[in-house]
Design a protein around this ligand. Structure first.
Ligand code: KG4
Ligand code: ZN
Length: 335
């Protein structure tokens, strides 16, 4: 049987990424990160689109080069259709459509959040179906019931902010640059997670809420700063450790509830926040106590990357799920 070679492109937010996968194996995966947003405390959509237009051609060219193939060997082109920032998605989407049309190969649209889940099928160990995946990123917090590669159901979601936003907004209050999640993670390792107490929300079912926690942290900092203007500098590690502990505890409690009620013990985490060491350790510990088989992606496949898009596309290719060239890009897109 001939090999199936897929070029995949991811541009939903502020990372421009391209990957090549051959028969379901990621052989190159390149990402250009955008540092232009650091000073603004969040992604500026217009700047993100402009950076994508600068990065997309060199990133794709390098992914093809590193895979050791020529562009004539590509059988299909995949791209993230949504959800994400419209201008950012358009750059990757239009590039993919043009490339596919020029090379006369089929086009595959990929759902960004499904691709985060399918990052677990890039390398072994791979979860067995059905499994639960806690997908935590800058824009989403979901518990997903995964029945098959392309058969997934969101059984819990955030009713306001995402877990990544809780990290990033806390970091902004602490005067740390964007994205603050990795920095909170770094300082948390040096701090005492029991130093400060924050309130965990009581939300029904498998849903999450993080906006109350954000307000709780803001009022706490305002009160402490009134008494001691150096409070943040003097307590940065302990604040980060305590906030991280609270966010992780909220996430893990809902996973426990979902596992109990579905009786599923195959438990995975995915998305940018799954790079968090506190969450990774808590999942492993909770897994040991509850007889779970746990799955944690390699760091390079937690945050946005085209490798995960290529794997999702490979499974769509096997099922002949191609899309028309005029398929619209969607900033909001359900499963
Ligand atoms: O999946 P992702 O790269 O992009 C989206 O689809 O949103 O996730 C980005 C989010 C950001 O909020 C970032 O702060 C967070 O993931 N993040 C982390 C860590 N690494 C990335 N949050 C906590 N700890 C980390 N180590
Ligand atoms: Zn993402």
């Amino acid at each position: 049987m001939p090999e199936i070679i897929i070029l995949a492109i991811e541009s939903s937010c502020d990372d421009t990424s391209a990957a090549i996968c051959v028969d379901g194996k990621v052989v190159s995966n390149l990402t250009a990160n955008q540092h232009v947003h650091e000073q603004f405390g969040g992604v500026i959509p217009e700047l993100a689109s402009r950076e994508h237009t600068k990065n997309i051609i060199p990133v794709v060219a390098e992914a093809i080069k590193q895979a050791g193939i020529s562009k004539n060997q590509i059988h299909a082109v995949a791209f993230t259709r949504g959800p994400g920032l419209l201008g950012s998605l358009l750059v990757g989407g239009i590039f993919a459509k043009s490339f596919a049309q020029a090379m006369q190969v089929p086009l595959i649209d990929v759902h960004h959040m499904q691709a985060h889940v399918l990052a677990h099928f890039i390398d072994a160990p791979m979860p067995a179906f059905p499994f639960l995946c806690l997908t935590v990123s800058g824009g989403h917090t979901q518990i997903v019931l995964v029945n098959d590669y392309l058969d997934m159901k969101v059984i819990g979601t955030t009713i306001d902010d995402a877990a990544g936003e809780a990290f990033d907004k806390t970091a902004k209050m602490l005067n740390l640059p964007y994205p603050g999640g990795p920095l909170i993670d770094k300082y948390a390792q040096l701090g005492n997670s029991a130093a400060f107490k924050f309130t965990e929300p009581q939300i029904e079912g498998f849903n999450f809420s993080f906006s109350g926690l954000k307000t709780n942290i803001l009022y706490f900092l305002q009160k402490e700063l009134k008494q001691n203007p150096n409070f943040i500098d003097e307590n940065l590690n302990d604040i980060c450790a305590s906030v991280q502990h609270t966010i992780v505890s909220i996430l893990i409690k809902k996973l426990l509830k979902a596992s109990k009620e579905t009786t599923i013990n195959e438990i995975a985490i995915a998305g940018g926040v799954s790079a968090n060491l506190g969450l990774r350790n808590a999942l492993t510990e909770t897994g040991k106590k509850n007889n779970w088989k746990t799955y944690i992606p390699q760091f390079q496949y937690c945050t946005d990357n085209a490798g995960m898009i290529s794997i999702a596309a490979y499974h769509k290719y096997l099922r002949n799920e191609f899309c028309p060239i005029d398929i619209p890009i969607k900033a909001r897109l359900e499963f």
